[in-house]
Design a protein around this ligand. Structure first.
Ligand SMILES: CC(=O)SCCNC(=O)CCNC(=O)[C@H](O)C(C)(C)COP(=O)(O)OP(=O)(O)OC[C@H]1O[C@@H](n2cnc3c(N)ncnc32)[C@H](O)[C@@H]1OP(=O)(O)O
Ligand SMILES: O=C([O-])CC(=O)C(=O)O
Length: 373
C-alpha cells in the first residue's frame, strides 16, 4: 500500500524536477541516475558512485583511477583551517565542527565563479574526512595528525586518520557500501536546504554549510547517532523488547524508524543490516546485533514501522570502532555528492525558490503609541 503523501511539511508536493534519483518508485526502491542502489552497493566503490552522481556517468577504469588520484591530492588542510579546528573544544558536536570547517574553507578557497563548481565539490569530498579527523584527534588525543595518507578511498582515508592505522579490507568495503547508500535521496530536508540556497545563486560552500545544519537534526541524519544512544542501553534482546514497549506506550519517537516517503521498507536497510551482521560476526558480538534485530521486530509487530537507512548503520559503525558522535559526519562525507549535484542541477535551470504562506495571524490593526500601551 502506498503511503498517503499529503498534509504539513510540504508532504506529497512536487517542488521541482530532478534527474538524479528516484525514491520509493514501485519496482525499484531507490535509483541513482537509473541504477538500483542495490546494484551499485554490490558492484561499485563509493568513488564510482560519486563520479556517477556528480559527473553524470559511471567511470571507466581510467576515469576512476584519475578521479581517485585527483581526490587523493586534495586531502591537505590549509594552515588557517587547522588553526580554526584547533580552537574548537572537544565537547563540540562534530557536525558543528564540519559546518564551521566547510564555511571556513569557503573563506579560504571560495567558489569565485560557477565554472569552479566541480572543482570545489571534489575538494570538499577529499578534505571533509581530514577536517573531522584532524579536529577529533587534536581535541581528544592532543595530536596533530598528518592528513595526507595514500589510502585508495575516502572511506579508508577516514578510518586510517581516525584509528591511526590502515583499515582491514572488510572495513574498507563496508565504508564503500555505507557511503554509497547515503549518497543521494531526492528532495530530503538537507538537499532541499541546499537547493533553496542555490536558487538565490549563492556559492557552493554556503549551500553545503546550510545542508549540514539540516542534516544534523535527529529527525534526519542525526538519527544514526540517536539510534546508537538507544541500543547501547539495552543489555539483551529481551531487555530491548521490554524498553521499546515502554517507549511506545509513552508515545516516544524511536530514532531510526519510519520514513517520510517509504511506506513499508527502506531499500537501504536490508543492505546495511547484512553488513552489520557480518561485522557482528567479525567482532564476536552477541548483544548489539540481536538487540537491533529485536528492535526491528518489535517496531514492525507493534506499529508497522520499519528501519530506515540509519538504524543498522548504528551497529555497523560501532563494530568498526567509530565513536558515536562521528556517525552523522560520515553521512555528510557521502551526501555531499547528492547535495552538490542538486546545487548544479538547480543552477542549470533556476528560478528562485519562494513558496507562499497561508496567513493565520491577526487581522489588520493600528499601532497604539508606546505611551498609551
Ligand atoms: C536518512 C534519514 O534521514 S531517514 C529518517 C531518519 N529519522 C528518524 O529515524 C527519526 C524517527 N522517524 C521520524 O521521526 C519520522 O518517521 C520521519 C521524520 C522520518 C518521517 O516523518 P513523517 O513523514 O511525518 O511520519 P509519518 O507521517 O509516517 O508518521 C505517521 C505516524 O507514525 C508515527 N511515527 C513515525 N515515525 C515514528 C517513530 N520513529 N517512532 C514512533 N512513532 C513514529 C508518527 O508520530 C505519526 O503518528 P501520529 O499519526 O500519531 O502523529
Ligand atoms: O528522504 C528523506 O526524507 C530522508 C532520507 O532517507 C535521506 O535523506 O536519505
Amino acid at each position: 500500500m502506498a503511503k498517503v503523501l499529503s498534509g504539513a511539511g510540504l508532504r506529497g508536493q512536487v517542488a521541482g524536477k530532478t534527474a538524479l534519483s528516484t525514491v520509493g518508485k514501485s519496482g525499484s526502491g531507490l535509483t541513482y541516475r537509473g541504477y538500483d542502489v542495490k546494484d551499485l552497493a554490490e558492484h561499485c566503490e563509493f568513488e564510482e558512485v560519486a563520479h556517477l552522481i556528480l559527473k553524470g556517468h559511471l567511470p571507466t577504469q581510467d576515469e576512476l583511477a584519475s578521479y581517485k588520484a585527483a581526490l587523493k591530492g586534495m586531502r591537505g588542510l590549509p594552515a588557517a583551517l587547522k588553526d580554526v579546528l584547533e580552537r574548537i573544544p572537544a565537547d563540540a558536536h562534530p557536525m558543528d565542527v564540519l559546518r564551521t570547517g566547510c564555511s571556513m574553507l569557503g573563506n579560504l578557497e571560495g567558489e569565485l565563479t560557477f565554472d569552479a563548481q566541480q572543482q570545489v565539490t571534489d575538494r570538499m569530498l577529499a578534505v571533509f574526512p581530514s577536517i573531522i579527523c584532524y579536529w577529533y584527534r587534536f581535541s581528544h588525543d592532543g595530536v596533530r595528525i598528518d592528513v595526507e595518507t595514500d589510502d585508495d578511498s575516502i572511506g579508508a582515508h577516514f578510518l586510517h586518520l581516525l584509528h591511526g592505522k590502515k583499515p582491514s579490507a572488510l572495513h574498507e568495503r563496508v565504508m564503500h557500501v555505507s557511503l554509497i547508500l547515503y549518497a543521494e535521496h531526492e528532495f530530503n530536508a538537507s538537499t532541499f536546504t541546499a537547493r533553496v540556497c542555490a536558487s538565490t545563486l549563492s556559492d557552493m560552500h554556503s549551500c553545503i554549510t546550510g545542508a549540514i545544519g539540516s542534516l544534523r537534526g535527529p529527525l534526519h541524519g542525526g538519527a544514526n547517532e540517536a539510534a546508537m544512544d538507544m541500543i547501547e542501553r539495552f543489555t539483551s534482546a529481551d531487555h530491548a523488547e521490554q524498553e521499546m514497549m515502554g517507549m511506545l506506550e509513552r508515545k516516544e519517537k524511536i530514532m531510526g524508524f519510519g520514513h517520510a516517503i517509504y511506506s513499508e521498507s527502506d531499500p537501504r536497510n536490508a543492505i546495511i543490516k547484512m553488513w552489520s551482521e557480518k561485522l557482528a560476526a567479525d567482532v564476536g558480538d552477541t548483544v548489539l546485533y540481536p538487540v537491533s534485530v529485536r528492535c526491528e521486530e518489535v517496531m514492525w509487530r507493534e506499529k508497522k514501522l520499519f528501519c530506515n537507512a540509519d538504524f543498522f548503520h548504528a551497529s555497523a559503525y560501532h563494530f568498526m570502532g567509530i565513536p558515536t558522535k562521528l556517525f552523522t559526519p560520515i553521512f555528510v562525507m557521502s551526501r555531499l555528492t547528492g547535495w552538490a549535484a542538486h546545487v548544479m542541477e538547480q543552477r542549470a535551470d533556476n528560478r528562485i525558490i519562494r513558496p507562499s504562506a497561508e496567513y493565520v495571524g491577526e487581522a489588520l490593526r493600528s499601532v497604539t503609541p508606546i505611551s498609551q500601551r
